[in-house]
Design a binder for this molecule. Structure first.
Ligand code: FES
Length: 109
């Protein structure tokens, strides 16, 4: 049975107010917005396509901003819109992991 979405990307948009660092301090929302707009512009949103979702803290804050793609379970860290473009074009649409943006396994909170 095919899954409802081909791929799902979750962006941590957590914004801490206690002074500790969080993805919200490092451009997470801009990355999320850009990804959502790119997927929509490509006509890839909706069933059978790619779903772009907000998430709370994913507990890998030290690498923030972070996002994770399923079904592959690939974790990414990104800096700017060009990084998001690469994740969209190469992975979400093309199915190939963007190795240079993969979050190392040992990055946690
Ligand atoms: S604040 Fe983003 S992973 Fe924790």
């Amino acid at each position: 049975m095919a899954s409802y979405y081909q791929r799902h990307i979750f962006f941590c948009l957590n914004q801490r107010v206690n002074g500790e660092s969080s993805c919200g301090d490092h451009g997470a929302k801009a990355g999320f917005d850009h990804c959502k707009a790119r997927i929509s512009a490509a006509g890839m949103n909706g069933p059978g396509g790619v779903r772009v979702n907000k998430a709370g803290c994913l507990d890998r804050c030290a690498g923030g901003p972070v996002a994770v793609v399923y079904p592959e379970g690939t974790w990414y860290t990104f800096v700017d819109q060009a990084d998001i473009d690469e994740i969209v074009d190469q992975h979400l649409v093309g199915g190939q992991v963007v190795e240079r943006l993969v979050l190392p396994d040992d990055v946690g909170r």
